[in-house]
Design a protein around this ligand. Structure first.
Ligand SMILES: Cc1ncc(COP(=O)(O)O)c(C=O)c1O
Length: 367
């Protein structure tokens, strides 16, 4: 029996999902939350109505940025059931981020339970197979009203859900990527491995520069030498040499331990590709694209799954990959991963878990 209390919501909203869902613009009717105090630890885990937060203007999160978040997805299977994809791993990463930011861990089993129960309750909001998926966004923020720079003694952990379409408006089509040659995102020993909002705030000014050059994503270089490829705004990145060899930068301490990246590392050899974690110099990458040794590049992340890269722009140089078309490797990995996520093909890795239908029915009956 779960310790999560399900509070009634006043009005059961029937979801009306617009055709162009976009990404992260619509939110379901319920949310999970629990609070932490130093004296009592975590308490009162509950699922209740989705509502505005009431925060003291001095809440530490708003001043020191002591916050973490994560993102995973629920997928509608063709039999109508729902799949979660590697959600436990996501819960574990949430705690690693929290630890880096000096925040208390949450109970992984409870966190997973909260995701499953919330998704079960909100099952009507999961888009149909071809329309998208339900993005799950867990967050933890420091709520103690204190301006001193130190760990907060109070926290709020909450989870919200957003029915989403493709991350990029053009769907599964090549994106253009702008290499940030001067600004950096994260340094080894810094917070790059944590999913904390400051990393993303630091990327916004360059994203504007990227947009002006017709690019949707920024590629970050290592912060020390500014020569090695780190990752892309919301994705890890990989390059395809010839038709069979995939190289992706190693987890250097400055980039996120991407769950999609980890999945590709496991999946690619089973599809007959060679894959390695190799430091990649940006000058070599630009050269190898130009001379044809690199045939494709793609981003890997929960939001876009696999995003083919069609153009790379750095200072006054610009190179095109595979004639700005989706390449066969990106296509195959996309088909395989989404096939597993939506339950269209077998999942030999046990990455998916079905949302418990009995529980869904019981939960709906109480609301
Ligand atoms: C900076 C960054 N890198 C990589 C990723 C990909 O990680 P995952 O595959 O776990 O979504 C994300 C997305 O969460 C991200 O924000």
């Amino acid at each position: 029996m779960s310790s999560i209390k399900i509070e009634p919501i006043l009005k059961q909203v029937t979801p009306v999902l617009p055709d162009g869902l976009g990404f992260g613009r619509h939110f379901t009717g319920r949310m999970f939350s629990q609070r932490f105090t130093e004296a009592e630890g975590w308490s009162e885990p509950a699922i209740g109505p989705y509502e505005n937060l009431v925060l003291n203007p001095a809440a530490a999160a708003l001043h020191c940025g002591q916050m973490v978040f994560d993102g995973t997805k629920a997928y509608r299977r063709s039999d109508g059931d729902l799949n979660l994809f590697r959600a436990e791993r996501n819960c574990e990463r949430f705690n690693r981020s929290a630890e880096r930011m000096g925040m208390p861990p949450v109970d992984v089993a409870l966190h997973f339970d909260a995701i499953e129960m919330l998704v079960a309750l909100e099952h009507r909001w999961v888009p149909d197979v071809d329309a998208g998926s339900l993005y799950v966004r867990p967050v933890m923020i420091a709520t103690e009203p204190v301006l001193e720079v130190r760990a907060s003694r109070e926290y709020l952990h909450y989870i919200i859900l957003s029915p989403v379409g493709p991350y990029f408006p053009d769907g599964f089509n090549p994106v253009s990527v702008y290499v940030s040659h001067d600004q950096v995102r994260a340094v080894r020993g810094g917070t790059g491995e944590a999913k904390t909002p400051g990393n993303y705030a630091a990327s916004i000014a360059v994203s504007e520069a990227a947009r002006k050059r017709g690019c949707q994503q920024v590629l970050w270089l290592d912060a020390v030498e500014r020569r090695y490829v780190d990752e892309v705004g919301a994705m890890n990145i990989a390059f395809v040499y010839g038709d069979n060899e995939i190289r992706t930068p190693p987890l250097s301490g400055a980039i996120l331990h991407g769950i999609t990246r980890d999945s590709v590392l496991k999946l690619a050899p089973d599809l007959g590709y060679e894959i390695s974690e190799t430091p990649l110099k940006i000058d070599d990458v630009m050269r190898d694209i130009q001379n044809g040794d690199i045939t494709e590049a793609f981003g890997m992340g929960t939001a876009a799954v696999i995003a083919p890269v069609g153009r790379l722009v750095m200072l006054d140089k610009e190179v095109t990959l595979n004639d700005n078309r989706t390449g066969p490797v990106a296509q195959r990995l996309f088909d395989q991963l989404t096939g597993i996520q939506y339950g269209r093909i077998d999942d030999p890795y046990a990455w998916t878990s079905r949302v418990n239908i009995d529980r869904r029915d019981a939960a709906v009956a109480t609301s």
